[in-house]
Design a protein around this ligand. Structure first.
Ligand code: SF4
Length: 311
């Protein structure tokens, strides 16, 4: 999990047309400021020199970032393969950028059956719009997946949701347990608390069963069993951090949007970005891995953010 190809996760802005209850970045239509595209690109250029080749755009709704096309085009010019996570409300702008060859993969968020999706998105009709976006991209032959945020309420519906997505022609499905961060932490009474151990384990098993049932569909589960991390070697000082997160406030942090600034790797205004593990970050990685190994099931990035909070 810590040795994937180096990824830069970019949050250009927290502007969004939705105010979803589970939004870890507390994005909304009221957040108007963001990072200028040239500032982002000068940072990604430095990261490309360090070996980063994959960029993932999220937000806020990245397709609504004013300079979305310029950002995607600039990343392509720097040699990145770019993916976008979108709520699917502006599929044609996304499609045009994909057709231009500046975005290679799109994931549309689907958070359960229609009633749960529309509730969590606080928008009637959101589910239908997300499905329309999937069809728009798939019909054009674009590489398209779905990111499913899993709550205690949506977990029992997952087999049906996954079946429906596959019937729709989806090629990649990411299962992401919600984290009680940002607006999600204030919405526990409606969307429930984070998935407990037993539910995370069920999620891991569901993903494995679906991988066997549908070998042509790529499943990725953000939860892992503690035992799966037993072979993970200790963190090594100097190793490239992946993912590295560029937040809309300009700070670069390791692994997860909500990691404390105590572990900040730099700021987009800095001439040099330190994107390798130092003693402090490596110790926190090892601490998070130890915590994960003691658990039946977990998500590493959540544990890392928890360790970082206590440091
Ligand atoms: S979860 Fe996504 S779509 Fe919902 S408010 Fe946050 S950024 Fe917008």
């Amino acid at each position: 999990m810590l040795t994937r190809h180096p990824i830069v996760q970019i949050h250009p802005s927290r502007f969004c047309n939705y105010t979803c209850l589970h939004c870890y970045s507390s994005s909304s239509p009221d957040v108007r400021n963001g990072l200028p595209v040239n500032t982002i690109l000068s940072t990604t250029a430095r990261l490309a020199d360090e070996g980063y080749r994959l960029a993932s755009l999220s937000g806020g709704e990245p397709v609504l970032y004013a300079e979305f096309e310029a950002l995607a085009e600039g990343l392509t010019a720097q040699g990145y393969q770019t993916s976008v996570i979108s709520n699917g409300t502006h599929p044609h702008r996304l499609l045009r950028t994909m057709q231009a060859g500046h975005v290679q993969h799109a994931s549309i968020s689907i958070d359960g059956p229609q009633h749960l999706h529309d509730t969590i998105r606080q928008k009637e009709g959101a589910f239908k719009r997300a499905l329309t976006a999937l069809s728009t991209l798939l019909d054009d032959g674009q590489s398209t997946g779905a990111v499913v945020s899993v709550t205690q309420q949506s977990l029992p519906h997952l087999p049906q949701v996954v079946d429906d997505l596959i019937a729709h022609g989806i090629q990649q499905i990411q299962l992401h347990p919600i984290a009680a961060v940002g607006r999600a932490s204030q919405s526990v009474d409606i969307i429930g608390a984070e998935l407990p151990q037993e539910a995370l384990m069920r999620l891991i098993l569901i993903a494995e069963v679906f991988s066997k049932l549908y070998p042509n569909v790529q499943f990725h589960c953000d939860a892992v069993s503690g035992a799966m991390l037993n072979t993970q070697p200790p963190a090594q000082n100097g190793r490239l951090i992946s993912p590295i997160v560029i937040r809309d406030d300009g700070w670069l942090v390791p692994y997860s949007y909500d990691v404390s600034n105590t572990f900040a790797l730099g700021h987009v205004s800095d001439p040099v970005v330190n994107c390798r593990l130092n003693d402090q970050t490596a110790a926190a990685v090892d601490c998070a891995l130890d915590a994960c190994k003691r658990l039946a099931a977990c998500t590493f990035y959540r544990e890392f953010a928890n360790v970082a909070k206590q440091a």
